[in-house]
Design a binder for this molecule. Structure first.
Ligand code: NAD
Length: 288
Protein backbone atom coordinates (compact mmCIF):
# COMPACT_ATOMS: atom_id res chain seq x y z
CA UNK A 1 0.00 0.00 0.00
CA UNK A 2 1.09 3.59 -0.63
CA UNK A 3 0.66 4.51 3.03
CA UNK A 4 2.82 1.68 4.41
CA UNK A 5 5.64 3.11 6.53
CA UNK A 6 7.13 -0.06 8.05
CA UNK A 7 7.06 -3.75 7.04
CA UNK A 8 6.77 -5.13 10.55
CA UNK A 9 5.98 -3.21 13.75
CA UNK A 10 6.47 -5.01 17.08
CA UNK A 11 4.64 -3.71 20.14
CA UNK A 12 6.06 -4.71 23.53
CA UNK A 13 3.44 -4.25 26.26
CA UNK A 14 -0.18 -4.47 25.10
CA UNK A 15 -1.97 -1.77 27.08
CA UNK A 16 -3.81 1.44 26.24
CA UNK A 17 -1.02 3.02 24.18
CA UNK A 18 0.18 -0.08 22.30
CA UNK A 19 -3.43 -1.13 21.70
CA UNK A 20 -4.30 2.27 20.27
CA UNK A 21 -1.22 2.11 18.04
CA UNK A 22 -2.23 -1.37 16.84
CA UNK A 23 -5.69 -0.09 15.85
CA UNK A 24 -4.36 3.09 14.19
CA UNK A 25 -1.61 1.26 12.28
CA UNK A 26 -3.94 -1.44 11.04
CA UNK A 27 -6.77 0.97 10.12
CA UNK A 28 -4.35 3.15 8.18
CA UNK A 29 -2.49 0.26 6.53
CA UNK A 30 0.70 1.79 7.95
CA UNK A 31 2.58 -1.51 8.37
CA UNK A 32 2.65 -4.88 6.64
CA UNK A 33 2.41 -6.74 9.95
CA UNK A 34 1.87 -5.81 13.59
CA UNK A 35 3.12 -8.24 16.23
CA UNK A 36 2.83 -7.87 19.98
CA UNK A 37 4.01 -9.28 23.27
CA UNK A 38 3.02 -8.65 26.89
CA UNK A 39 4.50 -10.33 29.94
CA UNK A 40 1.28 -11.67 31.37
CA UNK A 41 -0.47 -14.63 29.79
CA UNK A 42 -3.87 -13.10 30.61
CA UNK A 43 -3.02 -9.92 28.66
CA UNK A 44 -1.78 -11.95 25.69
CA UNK A 45 -4.96 -14.06 25.76
CA UNK A 46 -7.18 -10.97 25.79
CA UNK A 47 -5.20 -9.35 22.97
CA UNK A 48 -5.56 -12.55 20.91
CA UNK A 49 -9.26 -12.79 21.66
CA UNK A 50 -9.96 -9.28 20.40
CA UNK A 51 -7.60 -9.70 17.42
CA UNK A 52 -5.46 -6.72 18.40
CA UNK A 53 -2.39 -7.93 16.49
CA UNK A 54 -0.33 -11.11 15.93
CA UNK A 55 0.34 -11.96 19.58
CA UNK A 56 3.63 -13.78 20.26
CA UNK A 57 4.51 -15.80 23.37
CA UNK A 58 8.01 -14.34 23.65
CA UNK A 59 9.37 -10.85 23.12
CA UNK A 60 12.15 -12.37 20.94
CA UNK A 61 9.59 -13.75 18.48
CA UNK A 62 7.68 -10.48 18.38
CA UNK A 63 10.73 -8.37 17.48
CA UNK A 64 12.40 -10.82 15.06
CA UNK A 65 12.72 -9.09 11.69
CA UNK A 66 10.77 -6.01 12.84
CA UNK A 67 11.85 -2.70 11.32
CA UNK A 68 10.10 -0.81 14.15
CA UNK A 69 9.95 -1.91 17.78
CA UNK A 70 7.82 0.08 20.24
CA UNK A 71 8.41 -0.24 23.99
CA UNK A 72 5.01 0.42 25.56
CA UNK A 73 5.54 -0.92 29.09
CA UNK A 74 5.66 1.05 32.36
CA UNK A 75 8.77 3.23 32.61
CA UNK A 76 10.29 1.01 35.34
CA UNK A 77 10.11 -2.07 33.08
CA UNK A 78 11.97 -0.53 30.10
CA UNK A 79 15.49 -1.72 31.12
CA UNK A 80 14.36 -5.31 31.68
CA UNK A 81 12.46 -5.44 28.39
CA UNK A 82 15.37 -3.89 26.49
CA UNK A 83 17.82 -6.46 27.90
CA UNK A 84 15.44 -9.21 26.82
CA UNK A 85 14.98 -8.05 23.23
CA UNK A 86 18.42 -6.56 22.47
CA UNK A 87 19.97 -9.80 21.09
CA UNK A 88 16.99 -10.32 18.76
CA UNK A 89 16.76 -6.88 17.13
CA UNK A 90 17.26 -6.78 13.37
CA UNK A 91 20.16 -4.65 12.05
CA UNK A 92 18.83 -1.32 10.78
CA UNK A 93 15.73 -1.52 12.99
CA UNK A 94 14.35 1.52 14.80
CA UNK A 95 13.38 1.22 18.41
CA UNK A 96 11.18 3.80 20.10
CA UNK A 97 9.29 3.98 23.38
CA UNK A 98 6.18 5.77 24.59
CA UNK A 99 7.19 6.26 28.23
CA UNK A 100 5.91 9.29 30.14
CA UNK A 101 9.44 10.09 31.38
CA UNK A 102 12.30 10.42 28.90
CA UNK A 103 15.73 10.76 30.57
CA UNK A 104 15.41 7.62 32.68
CA UNK A 105 14.28 5.59 29.65
CA UNK A 106 17.28 6.84 27.68
CA UNK A 107 19.55 5.84 30.59
CA UNK A 108 17.91 2.39 30.69
CA UNK A 109 17.85 1.64 26.96
CA UNK A 110 21.03 3.23 25.57
CA UNK A 111 23.54 0.89 27.32
CA UNK A 112 21.87 -2.24 25.83
CA UNK A 113 21.55 -0.83 22.32
CA UNK A 114 23.15 -3.06 19.64
CA UNK A 115 25.15 -1.43 16.84
CA UNK A 116 23.08 -0.46 13.78
CA UNK A 117 19.85 -0.09 15.74
CA UNK A 118 18.36 3.41 15.89
CA UNK A 119 16.87 4.48 19.21
CA UNK A 120 14.39 7.39 19.11
CA UNK A 121 12.65 8.08 22.44
CA UNK A 122 9.09 9.42 22.24
CA UNK A 123 6.01 10.29 24.28
CA UNK A 124 2.44 10.66 22.98
CA UNK A 125 0.57 13.28 25.02
CA UNK A 126 -2.59 11.27 24.81
CA UNK A 127 -4.24 8.95 27.23
CA UNK A 128 -7.31 8.09 29.21
CA UNK A 129 -7.73 6.81 32.75
CA UNK A 130 -8.28 3.32 31.31
CA UNK A 131 -5.59 0.68 30.86
CA UNK A 132 -5.03 -2.78 29.43
CA UNK A 133 -5.44 -4.36 25.97
CA UNK A 134 -9.15 -3.54 25.66
CA UNK A 135 -8.65 0.17 26.39
CA UNK A 136 -7.06 1.14 23.06
CA UNK A 137 -8.81 2.89 20.15
CA UNK A 138 -7.56 4.16 16.78
CA UNK A 139 -8.34 7.86 17.29
CA UNK A 140 -6.50 8.27 20.63
CA UNK A 141 -3.64 10.20 19.03
CA UNK A 142 -5.68 12.39 16.68
CA UNK A 143 -4.65 16.07 17.01
CA UNK A 144 -2.54 15.28 20.06
CA UNK A 145 1.14 16.11 20.47
CA UNK A 146 3.70 13.32 20.26
CA UNK A 147 7.03 14.56 21.61
CA UNK A 148 10.28 13.04 20.35
CA UNK A 149 13.50 13.47 22.30
CA UNK A 150 16.13 12.30 19.79
CA UNK A 151 19.77 12.00 20.82
CA UNK A 152 22.39 14.18 19.08
CA UNK A 153 23.57 11.28 16.89
CA UNK A 154 20.07 10.13 15.84
CA UNK A 155 19.90 9.09 12.18
CA UNK A 156 17.81 11.74 10.34
CA UNK A 157 16.26 9.19 7.96
CA UNK A 158 15.14 6.91 10.79
CA UNK A 159 13.72 9.95 12.56
CA UNK A 160 11.82 11.15 9.47
CA UNK A 161 10.32 7.70 8.97
CA UNK A 162 9.09 7.44 12.58
CA UNK A 163 7.71 10.96 12.21
CA UNK A 164 5.74 9.79 9.14
CA UNK A 165 4.16 6.93 11.10
CA UNK A 166 3.20 9.20 14.00
CA UNK A 167 1.65 11.87 11.79
CA UNK A 168 -0.19 9.19 9.80
CA UNK A 169 -1.79 8.11 13.11
CA UNK A 170 -3.14 11.68 13.39
CA UNK A 171 -0.69 13.16 15.92
CA UNK A 172 1.47 16.29 15.67
CA UNK A 173 5.16 15.83 16.44
CA UNK A 174 7.57 18.15 18.18
CA UNK A 175 11.15 17.73 19.39
CA UNK A 176 12.65 18.53 22.75
CA UNK A 177 15.61 17.46 24.82
CA UNK A 178 14.84 14.84 27.45
CA UNK A 179 15.51 16.88 30.65
CA UNK A 180 13.31 19.71 29.39
CA UNK A 181 10.58 17.22 28.45
CA UNK A 182 10.66 15.80 31.97
CA UNK A 183 10.28 19.26 33.54
CA UNK A 184 7.45 20.31 31.19
CA UNK A 185 5.57 17.07 31.87
CA UNK A 186 6.10 17.39 35.63
CA UNK A 187 4.05 20.63 35.41
CA UNK A 188 1.46 19.59 32.85
CA UNK A 189 0.87 15.98 33.88
CA UNK A 190 2.86 14.40 36.70
CA UNK A 191 2.22 16.87 39.55
CA UNK A 192 -1.51 17.23 38.66
CA UNK A 193 -1.91 13.45 38.81
CA UNK A 194 -0.27 13.31 42.23
CA UNK A 195 -2.49 16.11 43.54
CA UNK A 196 -5.59 14.37 42.17
CA UNK A 197 -4.56 11.15 43.93
CA UNK A 198 -4.18 13.04 47.22
CA UNK A 199 -7.59 14.71 46.86
CA UNK A 200 -9.20 11.27 46.61
CA UNK A 201 -7.09 10.23 49.62
CA UNK A 202 -8.42 13.21 51.60
CA UNK A 203 -12.02 12.32 50.78
CA UNK A 204 -11.30 8.73 51.82
CA UNK A 205 -9.99 9.81 55.24
CA UNK A 206 -12.90 12.08 56.16
CA UNK A 207 -14.97 10.55 58.90
CA UNK A 208 -17.89 12.99 58.88
CA UNK A 209 -18.52 12.65 55.12
CA UNK A 210 -19.22 9.12 53.92
CA UNK A 211 -17.80 7.50 50.80
CA UNK A 212 -21.36 7.29 49.42
CA UNK A 213 -21.84 11.04 49.86
CA UNK A 214 -18.56 11.78 48.09
CA UNK A 215 -19.67 9.65 45.14
CA UNK A 216 -23.30 10.77 45.07
CA UNK A 217 -22.66 14.49 45.50
CA UNK A 218 -19.46 14.61 43.49
CA UNK A 219 -19.80 18.12 42.11
CA UNK A 220 -17.87 19.53 39.14
CA UNK A 221 -14.82 20.00 41.36
CA UNK A 222 -14.23 16.50 42.65
CA UNK A 223 -15.55 14.70 39.59
CA UNK A 224 -13.54 16.65 36.97
CA UNK A 225 -10.47 17.12 39.07
CA UNK A 226 -10.04 13.51 40.16
CA UNK A 227 -10.88 11.64 36.94
CA UNK A 228 -7.17 11.07 36.37
CA UNK A 229 -6.82 9.46 39.81
CA UNK A 230 -8.37 6.32 38.29
CA UNK A 231 -5.24 5.78 36.15
CA UNK A 232 -3.03 2.68 36.36
CA UNK A 233 -1.11 2.52 39.69
CA UNK A 234 1.97 0.75 38.27
CA UNK A 235 2.38 3.25 35.47
CA UNK A 236 2.13 6.20 37.88
CA UNK A 237 4.36 4.68 40.55
CA UNK A 238 7.05 4.40 37.88
CA UNK A 239 6.53 7.96 36.61
CA UNK A 240 7.21 9.41 40.08
CA UNK A 241 10.14 7.10 40.83
CA UNK A 242 11.74 8.04 37.49
CA UNK A 243 10.96 11.75 37.32
CA UNK A 244 11.83 12.42 40.91
CA UNK A 245 13.71 15.72 40.74
CA UNK A 246 11.37 17.57 38.39
CA UNK A 247 8.29 16.35 40.26
CA UNK A 248 9.73 17.39 43.64
CA UNK A 249 10.64 20.80 42.20
CA UNK A 250 7.07 21.39 41.00
CA UNK A 251 5.49 20.01 44.18
CA UNK A 252 7.65 22.35 46.28
CA UNK A 253 6.35 25.31 44.28
CA UNK A 254 2.81 23.95 44.47
CA UNK A 255 2.83 23.77 48.28
CA UNK A 256 4.21 27.33 48.45
CA UNK A 257 1.32 28.61 46.30
CA UNK A 258 -1.17 26.61 48.31
CA UNK A 259 0.11 28.13 51.55
CA UNK A 260 -0.26 31.63 50.07
CA UNK A 261 -3.93 30.95 49.28
CA UNK A 262 -4.46 29.17 52.62
CA UNK A 263 -3.13 32.26 54.43
CA UNK A 264 -5.30 34.60 52.33
CA UNK A 265 -8.38 32.58 53.29
CA UNK A 266 -7.39 32.61 56.98
CA UNK A 267 -6.79 36.40 56.90
CA UNK A 268 -9.98 37.05 54.93
CA UNK A 269 -7.91 38.65 52.15
CA UNK A 270 -10.51 38.66 49.38
CA UNK A 271 -8.45 41.00 47.21
CA UNK A 272 -5.56 38.54 47.08
CA UNK A 273 -7.82 35.60 46.26
CA UNK A 274 -9.60 37.61 43.56
CA UNK A 275 -6.34 38.79 41.98
CA UNK A 276 -4.94 35.25 42.00
CA UNK A 277 -8.03 33.70 40.42
CA UNK A 278 -8.21 36.49 37.80
CA UNK A 279 -4.62 35.83 36.75
CA UNK A 280 -5.01 32.05 36.67
CA UNK A 281 -8.34 32.23 34.83
CA UNK A 282 -6.68 34.19 32.02
CA UNK A 283 -4.00 31.50 31.72
CA UNK A 284 -6.46 28.62 31.89
CA UNK A 285 -8.70 30.17 29.20
CA UNK A 286 -5.78 29.96 26.81
CA UNK A 287 -5.89 26.16 26.98
CA UNK A 288 -8.50 24.60 24.72
P1 NAD B 1 -1.14 -0.16 30.41
O1 NAD B 1 -1.12 -0.42 31.88
O2 NAD B 1 -2.45 -0.05 29.71
O3 NAD B 1 -0.27 -1.29 29.67
C1 NAD B 1 1.03 -1.65 30.02
C2 NAD B 1 1.33 -2.98 29.37
O4 NAD B 1 2.68 -3.39 29.64
C3 NAD B 1 0.45 -4.13 29.85
O5 NAD B 1 0.03 -4.87 28.73
C4 NAD B 1 1.38 -4.98 30.70
O6 NAD B 1 1.00 -6.33 30.66
C5 NAD B 1 2.69 -4.76 29.99
N1 NAD B 1 3.89 -5.01 30.80
C6 NAD B 1 4.18 -4.54 32.03
N2 NAD B 1 5.42 -4.93 32.40
C7 NAD B 1 5.91 -5.66 31.37
C8 NAD B 1 7.13 -6.35 31.13
N3 NAD B 1 8.12 -6.35 32.03
N4 NAD B 1 7.29 -6.99 29.95
C9 NAD B 1 6.32 -6.98 29.01
N5 NAD B 1 5.14 -6.36 29.18
C10 NAD B 1 4.94 -5.71 30.34
O7 NAD B 1 -0.23 1.11 30.19
P2 NAD B 1 -0.24 2.24 29.05
O8 NAD B 1 -1.15 3.31 29.49
O9 NAD B 1 -0.39 1.66 27.70
O10 NAD B 1 1.25 2.79 29.27
C11 NAD B 1 2.36 2.24 28.62
C12 NAD B 1 3.47 3.28 28.59
O11 NAD B 1 2.97 4.46 27.96
C13 NAD B 1 3.97 3.69 29.97
O12 NAD B 1 5.37 3.84 29.94
C14 NAD B 1 3.30 5.02 30.20
O13 NAD B 1 4.12 5.85 31.02
C15 NAD B 1 3.18 5.57 28.80
N6 NAD B 1 2.08 6.52 28.55
C16 NAD B 1 0.84 6.35 29.13
C17 NAD B 1 -0.17 7.26 28.90
C18 NAD B 1 -1.53 7.13 29.55
O14 NAD B 1 -2.23 8.12 29.72
N7 NAD B 1 -1.96 5.94 29.92
C19 NAD B 1 0.05 8.34 28.03
C20 NAD B 1 1.30 8.47 27.41
C21 NAD B 1 2.30 7.54 27.68
Amino acid sequence: AVTRVYDKVALIGLGLIAGSMAHAIRDGGLAGRVTGYARSQATRDTAREIGLCEVCDTAALAVAGADLVVLAVPVGAMAEVMAEIAPHLAPGATITDVGSVKQSVIDAVAPCLPARVHFIPGHPLAGTEHSGPRAGFASLFRNRWWLLTPLPDTDPEALARLDRLITAMGAKTDRMDAPHHDLVLAVTSHAPHLIAYTMVGVADHLRRVSGEEVIQYSAAGFRDFTRIAASDPTMWRDVFLHNKEATLDILGRFTEELFVLQRAIRMGDGQQLHDYFTRTRAIRRGII
